[in-house]
Design a protein around this ligand. Structure first.
Ligand SMILES: CC(C)(COP(=O)(O)OP(=O)(O)OC[C@H]1O[C@@H](n2cnc3c(N)ncnc32)[C@H](O)[C@@H]1OP(=O)(O)O)[C@@H](O)C(=O)NCCC(=O)NCCS
Length: 206
């Protein structure tokens, strides 16, 4: 049985717990050890009925060799906390909901999240610690770098390249073959018709 720690005892952590349960119910041998969090009021006790284990370093000292999923939605913070977890020897674990449809041969990086009813099409490449939330669609041959987040219902068309740490908001979409630069944001409900440089935000005008 794989023993899992979820980092981040809040909304996305709650959701990760649910997906882990769904994976267990589909026959995978998984056990949730508890949550890690840095918040002073989340160091002991329980969150959604699951033990709080202290911060990442404290948990790793007691639970060597455990796997972790970093359930922190903010891409920058997920990157820095993931680095801490790896530094203390925790091993990344990837959550894939049983309803996700992933084309054969697709590469899914470690520590990533593939939500309910999402689709990853043929030839796509998904980096490490990427979030592909519920009902998102990743087109054929799209390439998503590490720490990208694709929010619920967002659609990336074929052949797009999404740079490290970029965020596509809820129901955002791209036409084929464009690039979204590293750490850029495509606003909720916005369709990108041209490429977006790094470190920029683009939202559809009201
Ligand atoms: C684009 C975005 C990053 C802008 O955030 P922000 O910089 O804090 O902007 P504000 O909320 O201050 O809004 C600034 C203006 O842009 C408008 N705006 C914000 N987001 C917009 C969007 N997605 N589409 C159209 N207009 C938008 C606001 O209404 C506001 O207009 P106003 O100046 O006329 O009042 C954010 O609104 C967004 O879409 N984030 C995606 C979040 C998401 O989907 N999360 C899902 C998590 S699972």
């Amino acid at each position: 049985m794989k023993k899992i720690i979820i980092i981040g005892a809040s909304g996305f952590g709650k959701e990760a717990t649910w997906i882990l349960e769904r994976m267990s119910q589909s026959g995978q041998a998984l056990g949730l050890l508890g949550f890690c969090d840095d918040a002073p009021d989340k160091q002991e006790g329980h969150f959604v009925g699951v033990p709080l284990l202290g911060n990442v370093e404290a948990a790793a000292a007691r639970l060597a060799g455990a796997r972790f999923f970093c359930a922190i939605g903010n891409n920058r913070i997920r990157q820095s906390v993931t680095a801490r977890a790896l530094a203390v020897g925790l091993l990344p674990f990837t959550l894939v909901d049983p309803t996700a449809i992933i084309a054969p041969g697709t590469k899914i990086g470690e520590g990533s999240f593939i939500g309910i009813n999402s689709i990853v099409s043929a030839g796509a490449t998904i980096g490490n610690h990427v979030i592909i939330n519920h009902q998102a669609c990743i087109g054929h041959d799209a390439r998503l770098a590490d720490f990208v987040q694709v929010c619920p219902g967002a659609r990336i068309s074929g052949g797009c390249e999404i740079g490290e740490g970029a965020l596509l908001g809820t129901n955002a979409s791209t036409i084929p073959l464009i690039q979204i630069g590293a750490w850029s944001t495509l606003g909720a409900g916005t369709t990108a018709l041209t490429s977006l440089p790094a470190h920029t935000t683009h939202a559809r005008l009201k």
